[in-house]
Design a protein around this ligand. Sequence first.
Ligand code: SF4
Length: 198
Amino acid sequence: MNKALYPIVEIFSSIQGEGFHMGKGSTFIRVAGCNLRCSWCDTQHSFDVSKARWMSVEEIIEESEITHQHVVITGGEPTLYDLGPLVQELHKLGKYVAIETNGTNPIPADWALDWITASPKPGSDFALCCQADELKYVVDDEFTIDCITKQYLPEGRIFLQVESGRQESAQKGYELINSHPDRRLRMGIQLHKILDVR
Ligand code: SF4
């Protein structure tokens, strides 16, 4: 029996609406708490850890419907907790386990995550403290090309994310992609919001 407990906000199945795996059926496990406070954050309901339900790995797996093979641990900021035991049990079920992080914490290799999406944020000076499989940058008014880390990634894995559907953000991302073809950037959208699903 594993003793790890996690503050869970919600567990639900939908589609991955962003990034490299966009469109895939996915089960999301959202943990509470975040070390940043981004102005555009659309998951502020996950900030308050006291409103979350502390669940063991067994409870998460037995009480939840983790229907999809693609599982995304998100938040808030999931690296505030030791995710190793949870990832291990999900792997035993044959799940592909991805994480969404703001990149401010190192991610231990022994968590053995299958995919790391890091989204460095202005509140942390765009610090990136983990090895990522893809990077997502929200294009707000302050964002510049110099905010993007030089960390090596295969082509097509750095996304410029439109800020909450703002036209100015979309235009700025479009211009950055076209003025820096050497960086091989991609435009990022939120498909779940366009489709008006969860
Ligand atoms: S890091 Fe993510 S969860 Fe935390 S405040 Fe920023 S957008 Fe919200």
